[in-house]
Design a protein. Sequence first.
Lengths: 288, 288
Amino acid sequence: MVEILVAEHAGFCFGVKRAVKLAEESLKEARGKVYTLGPIIHNPQEVNRLKSLGVFPSDGQEFMEGDTVIIRSHGIPPEKEEELKRKGLRVIDATCPYVKAVHEAVCQLTKEGYFIVLVGEKNHPEVIGTLGYLRACNGKGMVVETMEDIGEALKYEKVGIVAQTTQNEEFFKEVVGEIALWVKEVKVINTICNATSLRQESVKKLAPQVDVMIIIGGKNSGNTRRLYQISREINPRTYHIETADELSPDWFKGVKRVGISAGASTPDWIIEEVKDKIKEICSGSLVS
Amino acid sequence: MVEILVAEHAGFCFGVKRAVKLAEESLKEARGKVYTLGPIIHNPQEVNRLKSLGVFPSDGQEFMEGDTVIIRSHGIPPEKEEELKRKGLRVIDATCPYVKAVHEAVCQLTKEGYFIVLVGEKNHPEVIGTLGYLRACNGKGMVVETMEDIGEALKYEKVGIVAQTTQNEEFFKEVVGEIALWVKEVKVINTICNATSLRQESVKKLAPQVDVMIIIGGKNSGNTRRLYQISREINPRTYHIETADELSPDWFKGVKRVGISAGASTPDWIIEEVKDKIKEICSGSLVS
């Protein structure tokens, strides 16, 4: 019998799992329709599954009084949330608690007199939400996306630095170090979430223990490809798939242990489908 | 007539100049002997000049009640200063104000609940002095001299980082960035003095404007050698000397403009001697 081991940290992070669960639970007491403000995750299969339950992604145009709106894990600016409430919508806040911590951090640092540097992508929904909280607490600050951006921050004596939760650690380190050299005082609250690095560490741990590694996730998903690269360096028998259909029986000949990991936008049920398919393949090969 | 330009920032830094001046002034009201606790600068000619005025370097063994003791620019631990005062010595505190700022920073950060990381050399007199101030304000902390040292600091949630004033900026940056990745909150007060970088910037500005550059300072002085390298990259006709005696008439043939810079332990009067000698050489070559 083949043994299938799923990496300790794989697929959806805590915040996305929580948001999906809140979306499902919101259906119970919903009077009108149920929407997520934007797709809850960049995974069409999962978005379709939620649609089939009655949770629809929307940009807000069709909202009617009494409808339910789920704020996804990225969060939104507080004025936007107020606007939804003023329209008579039932608002379910599924903002990731780690993102809420960034909102709190920028306001705490503002109160302490710091100019805020938010290390992140200027157009990322999480960053747009955090900047809204910064405005709401009358803070001053900027987004640093490349090293060229930091000039503005160096005009201030006291700079407070936080990060988009999915920020690359190396770039954050570089920005913090550079600003600390140039301004009088820097306070850093590291708001990077470790979901990505935990996922990578789990692959490093699992890959050497198995005969074959299967990495599940979009072919153009950066974080999935990284998991694939890390795994393949340790275990050359690593395969990258998007769905169970791509599994090939050839990969499992003589295999006793299979390891599985998945990128950030892969729901658990897709991981389960892959596990089931592998079991089927391996039990089939036993009788052939 | 040859034109001699001295770099805007060259030789002794502000703190050392101030300490030498305080040492000279202390002679006026001295009753007993006048000492510096340790050599005031790593330059034997300058130490000898002060000796000839009546200021002697000492490790403290021969101090007698009523003698004057000058605390050099590095500073000393406060308990050591108290001890000197208890012995009935007249204490002149020539600690560099930038070093005093480090003493204040570690105590301010301690009051705010931070574990202190002092980026510097463990056996450097300035670091030993600062650690004394940290103890005196009941702070907890450590010195980070290499990246291997930072492990201890990562056990704390709040880490406050300061630097030895002569700390290398690249290493400081690296330490700040790395610690900021691992702990919850970091506050950095950049206490690095810019004397070294100003000296280097001044050489970069001066070297392309002159026919010949003369860099004065110990052949084994790291900061002087760096000035020499920077200058030579811009102006190949750069020479490194310790004293005016090493100047060669060959270097100045057909030369109209000479630039001069000097390392951190070179007093102004040695720079003046070099200027005079160059003038002598160049005026001599005019008549030969």
